[in-house]
Structures are given as structure tokens and as C-alpha cells.
Design a protein around this ligand. Structure first.
Ligand SMILES: [Zn+2]
Length: 69
């Protein structure tokens, strides 16, 4: 039997309580300040109880910005 990973809990502003969340991965095109387009993975968190949006976060760490030469 594979171990079932516990669902992460997040504070839901709609329920005003900690709730289990559903995490969805998606990719979105973002436009960087320099005008460069980049596809970035996002994790979207929704409340399991009310399906309300909780938050999103970038799935990958942003690379260190290099100073323009
Ligand atoms: Zn909720």
C-alpha cells in the first residue's frame, strides 16, 4: 500500500479556518519587466470545502536576476 501523503492545510479566507486544499499545477506565460515572455509553472491552491481560491505561487524558484551590463 503506498503511503497516502496528507493534504496540506491552508487558511481559507472564505471559511475563516484551516482547510485541506486542492493543488493544481498550471503553466502561464508571464511578461518580465524587460518585456521578455516566459512560461512559468504555477501552483494554484483551492479550498477543498468551499472551492474558493486561496493563493497561487510560482512552482519554480526565480533565477537570480543578473545585472544588465
Ligand atoms: Zn473554504
Amino acid at each position: 500500500m503506498p503511503k497516502r501523503t496528507p493534504e496540506p492545510q491552508e487558511y481559507c479566507p472564505q471559511c475563516e479556518e484551516l482547510r485541506e486544499v486542492t493543488m493544481t499545477r498550471t503553466r502561464r506565460q508571464v511578461i518580465l519587466p524587460g518585456g521578455e515572455k516566459k512560461r512559468v509553472g504555477f501552483k494554484i491552491y483551492h479550498c477543498d470545502s468551499c472551492q474558493g481560491f486561496i493563493r497561487n505561487e510560482m512552482a519554480c524558484r526565480a533565477k537570480k536576476a543578473t545585472a544588465p551590463t
